[in-house]
Design a protein around this ligand. Structure first.
Ligand SMILES: [Zn+2]
Ligand SMILES: [Zn+2]
Length: 411
């Protein structure tokens, strides 16, 4: 080999070694990353059920808006089969040329169609969850969590929707004679699935006041259920209650009082979700970006997110952010650190139930960024609702300013 060539190949080898070293550095797996907050929405609809957006468009919206995880939770369907939908039906539902927007965003290589737009026979294939994951999932950055909204009516005619998070297959709604019996039957099937697959799963009760389907007593009596939506971003789903019926926030404490005193069961945890249906900025009923959960975990994986949720290591939000949240069992003290925002004032209500009480009471109200509360004898638990004077990024008809909800502690 001529010496110049030899030199060149040695140089190339050196570059390759250097590049290899650099690649190994950047791909290094962190053995134990610290705990951090992950932002996610557990309740979303797309064209696979009654939403008006393509699943890949919806997933990229959440990814582009700083979320870390997203569950597409369609009504009784899992996005895993071949599904074609007429362009005309898509655009009619969206109220805009959603197909053109989709093509513009992803290009002709990605969008799959058949038939002709000119004679109205064009159809578009909806991407499966696996396909969506291939373009948006990224380690420690963004994760799609498989989900389904089990949707049905109990034998007594009342409506029940429950979201199953981290499923690996579609389950079908199991109907019981009453709401409580239907809840139990669906919880049983999800628990069977978890035992069979070894996955961490969660089945939560959605929007209890939607069609006034579920009462605080229902939520109290099914003690194996631990989760419900204290805030669902959809307008007109009756989260604030009415003259006769309690708000979802008040239901939380009524149910918890019954669970702890009558059923000797742990309290419910409260989730906030978008329940997005409207993805084109032309409707306001069910928009993305209204409500989410902040989960504290080491890793961004479906199992670790669900495990942290089940452990109660999360808070729900419609805009207020916390930097820390800690409960000391020895001092019976809950301490919060609120992330400041210029020009906004924060008021924290510590809410709990007193022994022999049947509903929640404001135990203390604190203004400022570092509120804390020490449980007093005779108080069954404490949770916090932080309200800002700032308006949410995505306003809703049901509440004017940003809030956050922490989970009951001290029970
Ligand atoms: Zn629903
Ligand atoms: Zn829904």
């Amino acid at each position: 080999m001529p010496s110049s060539l030899l030199l060149r190949s040695v140089a190339c080898a050196a570059v390759a070694v250097l590049l290899g070293f650099a690649a190994a550095q950047s791909n290094r797996v962190e053995p134990a990353p610290g705990l951090r907050w992950w932002k996610g929405n557990l309740h979303t609809h797309t064209l696979w059920s009654d939403g008006d957006g393509f699943p890949d468009m919806v997933a990229t919206w959440y990814r582009d808006h700083g979320y870390h995880f997203l569950a597409l939770s369609e009504h009784n369907v899992f996005a895993q089969s071949e599904r074609w939908m007429p362009s005309r039906a898509i655009n009619r539902r969206a109220g805009v040329d959603a197909v053109a927007r989709y093509r513009q965003r992803f290009g002709p290589q990605w969008v799959q169609s058949r038939g002709q737009a000119s004679d109205g026979s064009e159809e578009i294939r909806l991407k499966t969850l696996d396909e969506v994951r291939a373009v948006v999932d990224e380690p420690q950055r963004f994760l799609m969590i498989p989900s389904v909204e089990l949707t049905g009516t109990a034998g007594d005619g009342r409506s029940l929707h429950m979201n199953g998070t981290n499923l690996a297959e579609s389950l079908t709604f199991r109907r019981g004679a009453t709401i409580a019996e239907s809840m139990v039957r669906n919880l049983d099937q999800v628990e069977e699935f978890a035992a069979r697959t070894g996955r961490e799963v969660l089945l939560h009760v959605n929007h209890p006041n939607y069609k006034w389907g579920i009462t605080a007593e229902d939520l109290a009596s099914v003690v194996q259920e631990r989760f419900f939506e204290v805030w669902n971003g959809v307008d007109n789903d009756n989260d604030p209650g009415d003259a006769q019926r309690p708000s979802t926030d008040a239901m939380w404490d009524i149910a918890n009082a019954l669970r702890i005193t009558r059923h000797q069961a742990p309290p419910l945890y409260g989730l906030a979700t978008d329940d997005t249906h409207d993805h084109h900025d032309n409707k306001t009923r069910a928009l993305p970006g209204r409500a989410w959960v902040m989960v504290r975990a080491h890793h961004l994986s479906s199992d670790s997110i669900v495990r942290a949720l089940r452990a109660g290591d999360f808070y729900s939000s419609s805009g207020v952010a916390l930097t820390d949240m800690a409960y000391s069992a020895t001092d019976r003290k809950l301490t919060l650190r609120i992330d400041p925002v210029a020009g906004e004032k924060f008021t924290t209500q510590f809410i709990g139930v007193r022994r022999n009480g049947t509903a929640g009471a404001v135990l203390a109200e604190v203004i400022g960024l570092n509120p804390s509360y020490t449980l007093q004898p005779g108080e069954l638990y404490v949770r916090a609702v932080i309200t800002s004077t700032g308006k949410p990024e995505v306003p809703s008809d049901e509440f004017p300013t940003k809030r956050a909800w922490t989970q009951p502690v001290g029970w």
